[in-house]
Design a protein. Structure first.
Lengths: 751, 480
């Protein structure tokens, strides 16, 4: 128990960046943001601010020794604005002072004059003007143009989905501590320690070896600390190096909400064609992605949108196009699902409308089109071990869809003011980074002479339980009790060139690397055991339950005897290992390949109620059959599923980013941007894991779990639409998320 | 006399010379290095900084959960403040966890862990004080604790597990505190706190020659002016005689301006007169905030959408204003005359709100409150409205109606109220009433909704009053 974070979480003893014991001589930094969404800097004078009480220094773009560039995929994002500003909230200057309060007070003394330029906020307008992050892409399967004439039903429409603020409870934070010989140690709340290391090195003009980035844990991230943690760590490093003092930068909530990127809003056009029996023949979709003012991860996110354009369905003819549009908003970024949810929302909206047109229940159309073994996805991969139909059928049976429909029908008949609706939401989500090179991980395992074990990986713990899973892999592989194991912080000095902990792959990749390192140590230890037991070979020897077993029988050679014996025999008790997911590839010139190691499947049944008098929505329950493989830790996986579902519901129904026409974020506090609380989250969420669902493609037959359940939340939107439909049978429904109380009432009011 | 602000923090006496307006969370984290109390938003919306506040009351210490980001250090004086560290079992202890902490661990109700200490503290406050220990009340106790990771289902399971284990022994115990100590919910040192607080020296409330800011609960002042307050001395109205009490006077009930909303919910006097009131007040903010936010603060804040302002207008409240200058007198008026314009009040320099008073409801009195926000709980309304009626059977004798979010002030719907007087409730009367009410409003578009939305919402919520107060009189087809 005491090797798990959760024990210390309960006692309030885990340390987040802002909780770390104070560093001697620590200075605090605060950021001056651009007040305008677009403009040219005419004057930037920090002299007066530098003289304010407690201020140690003020930094602007001119003070950057290396490249003023923090772009990851595309080099289009300065650390501090130089000449131009491209979004409100863009960092322009950094004040460093004795206290955070002094630093923030001194911000007001900076003279910043900006010549305002028109702000562009709409992705379609940006596309019309050719303001793109990268050239558009298209995934094509079959030939939609040939398919349209064969379709008995064609539905076209537009679908919009709003952005989403991460609201990780720990705001962005970093501490940079200068060391000897020009080195820096940076403790950062990041999902991507190596990216932070690389960019600090770039901005400061240092070799990466001079910069150590360390992460203890994150107070939530959800993608919001994949790329967007970088700037704050680099700013702290910039100041720490110049001032030769430790510098801490912790954003206040309002700063965090104004400065950092969120889930991408999308606006999309679709056409879907079906034959007379309701089988999808063709689907054409164009996604306009609002990327904000810089690329960040937008191109990768748009790519994942295209990968998930078909969700869980067999569609023989597809043309899915994606356009990443540059606007004057903070660069939008990774958020659980990484573009997948936006794609699935469009297709579900298309199916819902097609079902209405055909006079069928949406669930019936969904069922008729589910993926089957061997079906080809629009990017050329053929599905293996497909569990789409199994999950769907089990959900329908286990949660008794027919009885639910009857109950809802009776309720709606009996209630004039309140109506209920049901929706099913099937999900198929590909696992692996779609940039194939990122699918690698490293691990470093030390066994100490007292038998205790230290495990380092590139995985970052952010509440998703990756460390508890890795611990389990190590304990099982070494055959010892987990109390002997310690999960170390994530540090670029121990495990280098790490991929971000993202794309739900943390446990898959790092777990495998740890398994390999442990297998290596185990192999060496068994050699020692063979010698100690006077055996010619390790044949018949096993390490389990803290002892060496010979031919299935326990020997006297315990772990505590074996380890010192190995040391005395001068056997290496440490191992470094590396894992790269085999067999995956993707060719972006053809947009074909096998980018995913496997897919995660599931189906959720969502029930929701609308109070038609007050125009308020309630999501009553979510029940899902979910494919978690052979779960490494069912408690963790259940928690991931439940948490993802509620975040998904929040995105679909409650969480709304409002901007003024000039690009200022209006919902920049937790009092105006509402996330689900315990009363608005459905009291009933039931997640059933698919049984007999081993997954040979991942560590110990498990499956990744972080992102896929988020998309069950999309079902909430359609359950609410079904409830609205019970009020007015023919009126066109809205396909623009989030479906807030205000939108619901507007629909009820409209003639 | 204590040198500065003296209180007990966990098991430790503290005496600090920091300014009175220092946010308690900063003292806890920066000065005391107790980092289990976390800062998530500094506006009382996340609950990560929740601490227990113990106040001497009738020989014992009464505990409530409060958010330490909106709590002035000075108001800790003479009290017991408990952070999660102060709950952790004293060594030696086999599990190392209290039953509350253990329930979170067992049910996987802690993921990133940032919010967990706040939840542990809120639930411990519930176990310390709640008489019935019903699970829905436990959920109410943690409504103010936001968790972004779990989706709350595992937290609900942890609550259920906890109550399954603890409810029987706690409800069977003759005294709660010893039982909680015996069960390990709180450490043994809690038993000695009441006596230690009694032994504390009296403390000066305001340092001599200091310019002091008058503060009631502070839950709004800290949101508006937090950094500036950190350096301020304070005049804590809750510590002035009579300001925090609820008392009867002739045919009225007086509510001290510095009475926290939780006191209203627990007041026998108020709940006997208005049994629905606690239910309506549960729609106001969260438990932690209601433990601090005051009636006077809600009014003086002058928000056009204040829930209590709207309720009190419909209850035909009067307001008493007291000058803080020596020999200052009480000035009183109808609450509806107090709101002059947007954030403009009939409040003179040096004056503070001393009390609100409402007439005791009669046999034919009916009262109802409606509120719609983006989120049902702990959110600011898009539109709220309250109605107070005196009826002779189904005939309305007098009416008081108010609405928030539809004007620059919490709006007393004077014409609409007058229209109702003397009428029998019918669909045509309700329709006309709503038309009159709509002639009095002027909503604007903002983050809480477009003007048209607010107008439509008010129409529906006004209708809802009659649906709720006169069941069976109206149907869905009557909605104008």
């Amino acid at each position: 128990m005491k090797q798990n974070d959760v024990f210390f979480h309960g006692r309030g003893e885990t340390l987040f960046v802002d909780d770390l014991a104070t560093f001697s001589g620590l200075l605090h930094a605060a950021v001056l943001p651009s007040p305008l969404a677009h403009g040219r800097i005419r004057r930037l004078d920090v002299a007066a601010a530098a003289r304010r009480p407690g201020v140690a220094a003020v930094f602007t773009a001119r003070d950057i020794p290396g490249d003023n560039q923090i772009g990851g995929i595309i080099l289009d994002e300065p650390l501090l604005a130089d000449n131009e500003v491209h979004y409100a909230g863009q960092p322009v200057a950094l004040v460093v002072a004795g206290t955070a309060r002094q630093a923030r007070q001194a911000l007001a003394a900076i003279v910043l004059e900006i010549e305002e330029l028109p702000a562009l906020l709409d992705p379609r307008q940006a596309a019309a003007r050719g303001l793109l992050i990268a050239p558009p892409r298209a995934f094509v399967l079959g030939d939609v143009d040939k398919a349209w004439p064969l379709c008995a039903h064609v539905v076209r429409g537009r679908v919009d989905s709003g952005g989403q603020e991460h609201v990780y409870l720990e705001t962005q934070a970093a501490v940079a501590v200068p060391g000897e010989k020009d080195s820096l140690r940076v403790i950062s709340a990041t999902q991507s320690p190596s990216a932070v290391q690389r960019i600090i090195a770039r901005v400061l003009g240092l070799p990466m070896s001079q910069v150590a980035v360390e992460v203890y844990r994150l107070g939530g991230a959800f993608g919001g600390k994949e790329d967007q943690a970088t700037a704050w760590a680099v700013l702290a490093a910039l100041a720490a190096r110049a001032l030769r003092r430790p510098v801490k930068l912790v954003l206040e909530r309002r700063e965090d909400m104004r400065f950092t990127g969120k889930r991408h809003p999308y606006s999309s056009d679709f056409a879907i064609g079906l034959d007379g029996t309701g089988r999808i023949l063709a689907y054409e979709v164009t996604f306009y992605q609002n990327a904000g003012a810089a690329a960040d991860l937008s191109t990768a996110i748009l790519e994942r949108t295209l990968f998930h354009a078909g969700n869980s369905y067999r569609i023989p003819n597809v043309r899915a196009s994606g356009i990443s549009c540059r606007t004057n908003l903070p660069p939008f970024t990774a958020f659980r699902g990484f573009g997948g949810p936006q794609a699935m929302f469009v297709l579900e909206a298309a199916l819902f409308q097609a079902a209405e047109k055909m006079g069928l229940a949406p669930a019936e159309l969904q069922r008729r089109n589910l993926l089957a073994e061997g079906d080809e996805l629009p990017y050329g991969q053929k599905v293996k071990n497909c569990r789409a139909q199994r999950c769907f059928d089990e959900a329908v049976a286990a949660f008794d869809l027919d009885a639910g429909r009857e109950r809802v029908r009776a309720f709606n008949q009996a209630n004039a003011f309140c109506k209920k609706g049901l929706a099913l939401m099937p999900v198929c989500f590909g696992i692996s980074f779609t940039s194939s090179h990122l699918n690698q991980a490293g691990a470093l395992v030390h066994v100490y002479t007292d038998g205790s074990v230290s495990v380092s990986t590139g995985a970052v713990e952010m509440g998703q339980g990756v460390n508890s899973k890795i611990l389990l892999v190590a304990a099982r592989t070494l055959g010892i009790a987990s109390r002997r194991l310690r999960m170390e912080s994530t540090c670029t000095r121990r495990v280098a060139n790490t991929s971000p902990t993202a794309a739900s792959t943390g446990a898959d990749l790092n777990g495998k690397a740890v398994e390999r390192a442990c297998l290596e140590i185990r192999g060496r230890l068994l050699e020692v055991a063979a010698a100690a037991l006077s055996r010619d070979s390790v044949a018949g020897l096993e390490l389990r339950q803290e002892s060496v077993y010979l031919a299935g029988k326990k020997t006297d050679l315990t772990w505590e005897k074996l380890v010192p014996a190995a040391y005395m025999a001068r056997v290496n008790l440490s191992a470094q290992a590396h894992y790269a997911t085999p067999g995956i590839h993707f060719d972006r010139t053809r947009e074909k390949g096998e980018p995913f190691a496997y897919h995660v499947y599931g189906t959720a049944l969502v029930e929701a109620t609308i109070d038609g008098l007050r125009g308020t929505a309630t999501v009553d329950s979510v029940r899902a059959v979910h494919d978690a493989g052979s779960s490494l830790n069912p408690l963790v996986d259940r928690g991931q599923a439940e948490g993802g579902i509620v975040q998904g519901i929040g995105w679909m129904t409650l969480e709304e980013l409002l901007y003024a026409g000039d690009g200022q974020l209006l919902t920049d506090t937790l009092s105006t941007y509402k996330i689900p609380d315990i009363r608005s989250a459905p009291p009933e969420i039931e997640v059933r894991f698919l049984e007999d669902a081993a997954n040979p493609a991942a560590v110990l037959n498990s499956k990744a779990v972080g992102e896929p359940p988020f998309m069950y939340g999309i079902g909430a939107y359609f359950a609410l639409l079904a409830a609205l439909r019970a009020f007015r049978p023919h009126k066109p429904l809205p396909f623009s998320s989030p479906l807030t109380n205000e939108k619901i009432l507007a629909w009820l009011e409209e003639e | 006399m204590a040198a500065g602000i003296a209180f007990i923090l966990n098991d430790q006496e503290v005496d600090t010379a920091l300014p009175a307006g220092t946010a308690l969370v900063d003292f806890i984290r920066a000065d005391q290095r107790l980092t289990g109390t976390r800062v998530g938003c500094r506006e009382g919306d996340c609950g990560a900084c929740t601490v227990l506040l113990g106040t001497p009351a009738g020989g014992r210490v009464r505990y409530r959960a409060v958010v330490s980001c909106l709590f002035p250090l000075a108001d800790a004086a003479g009290r017991h403040v408990v952070t999660v560290e102060g709950l952790n079992p004293e060594a030696p202890n086999a599990s190392g966890l209290t039953p509350v902490q253990q329930a979170f661990v067992s049910e996987g109700a802690s993921q990133c862990g940032f919010c967990t200490p706040g939840l542990v503290v809120s639930l411990t406050a519930f176990l310390l004080e709640d008489p019935g220990l019903e699970s829905d009340d436990a959920v109410t106790a943690i409504e103010g604790n936001v968790c972004r990771c779990t989706g709350y289902v595992s937290i609900r399971r942890a609550v259920e597990r906890l109550l399954r284990e603890l409810r029987p022994p706690l409800l069977g115990a003759s005294a709660r505190l010893p039982a909680l100590i015996g069960l390990g919910v709180v450490p043994a040192y809690f038993a000695g706190i009441a006596a230690r607080l009694r032994a504390q020296q009296p403390q000066a409330l305001v340092r001599k020659n200091a310019v002091a800011v008058a503060m009631a609960g502070g839950t709004d002042l800290y949101v508006q002016r937090g950094p500036e307050l950190a350096a301020q001395e304070l005049r804590l109205l809750s510590r002035q005689e009579g300001f925090a009490a609820i008392w009867p006077a002739a045919d009225r009930i007086h509510i001290g301006a510095a009475a926290p909303i939780s006191d209203l919910m627990e007041s026998r006097l108020l709940t006997a007169a208005l049994p629905q009131l606690p239910g309506f007040l549960r729609l106001v903010s969260s438990t932690q905030i209601r433990n601090r936010a005051t009636v006077g603060g809600n009014i003086v804040n002058a928000s056009p959408i204040g829930d209590l302002s709207v309720m009190l207008l419909a209850l035909d409240a009067a307001i008493g204003l007291r000058s803080l200058r020596p020999g200052g007198r009480i000035r009183q008026m109808k609450l509806r005359d107090f709101f002059l314009g947007y954030k403009k009040l009939d409040l003179r320099p040096g004056e503070v709100v001393a009390w609100l008073s409402i007439p005791l409801p009669g046999n034919g009195s009916r009262f109802h409150f409606e509120k719609v926000a983006r989120r049902r709980h702990q959110d600011i309304a898009s539109v709220n409205t309250a109605i107070g009626l005196d009826c002779d059977n189904d005939r309305i004798v007098t009416a008081h109606v108010a609405a928030g979010g539809v004007a620059p002030v919490p709006l007393f719907l004077k014409k609409a109220a007058a229209f109702l007087a003397g009428r029998e409730v019918s669909s045509s009367v309700v329709r006309e009433f709503i038309t009159v009410a709509e002639s009095e409003i002027a909503p604007i578009s903002d983050v809480r909704g477009a003007a048209a939305y607010k107008k439509a919402l008010l129409r529906r919520l006004l209708f809802a009053h009659f649906l709720e107060l006169f069941p069976g009189r109206l149907g869905a087809g009557d909605l104008p």
